[in-house]
Design a protein around this ligand. Sequence first.
Ligand code: FAD
Length: 250
Amino acid sequence: MPYNEQTITSIRRWSPKTFSFRATRPEGFQFKNGQFVTLGLRCDGKLVPRAYSIVSDPDEPDLEFLSIHVPDGPLTSQLAQCSVGDTVWINSKVTGSLTLDYVQPGRNLYLLATGTGIAPFISLIRGDQVFERFETVILVHSVRTAAELTYREEIEARVGDRLRYVPTVTREPHANNQRGADLFRSGELSRMLGLPDADPEFDRVMLCGNPQMNREMTAYLKDNGWTMTNYKGVGNFTVEQAFVATQGVE
Ligand SMILES: Cc1cc2nc3c(=O)[nH]c(=O)nc-3n(C[C@H](O)[C@H](O)[C@H](O)COP(=O)(O)OP(=O)(O)OC[C@H]3O[C@@H](n4cnc5c(N)ncnc54)[C@H](O)[C@@H]3O)c2cc1C
């Protein structure tokens, strides 16, 4: 049976809309920084599974996840009520297109996230490899309200020459109210960090956000000489949905 019964070991609530939790790790469970897994709860005896990016580094003993709370969502309406000691079912199969295998090596790596789309990027920056492959990693996190700037303290503690962090808040007063995608496209992102303009020859991009951000950025990059990783080969940008929109886009 691919789903393993695991135990929630800690929960951190960031805001009414977002929380993180840790769970025990199935025996022999291997993954790469940036991958996702399917996990779920049994509701009335029936498993309700959903895709979740793994926040942890593979060297950590347990598995950490960042979750949205959709009040009428089949899984998260239940998951948000869980306590330490409750059971979560975790599939043994991992996959995903936000690992370092999905972009060519290069100079600067731009990680553009909206909302919970930051989860796979936290995993990447918790590892060493990303800093061995790239001179500078630029993590851009766009959210509606400052409370959704999850992992902010951890990221800020890691910031230095090799890791730059640009949080943006679009629906509240904040030092930066622009969407990350707009900052990238206008060139302001590189300029404000004192970096050379993002260039498909040297730089790489990973996208994990709402469907609209992914669509807009993918179209922009393709129109400007960037090549997306797909079955034909490894390009200079890669994209993954942070969620699938069935009720409109955030
Ligand atoms: C590859 C992949 C990786 C994912 N990783 C994560 C993750 O790390 N953390 C996470 O919380 N979710 C993630 N999701 C979304 C997740 O699978 C579920 O959709 C989410 O947990 C809500 O489940 P639900 O059953 O409560 O509602 P669903 O019926 O699945 O979703 C209801 C609606 O809520 C909205 N929604 C769903 N997820 C989100 C979200 N994350 N942010 C904003 N709006 C959302 C959409 O409009 C969706 O149509 C991922 C999805 C994919 C495809």
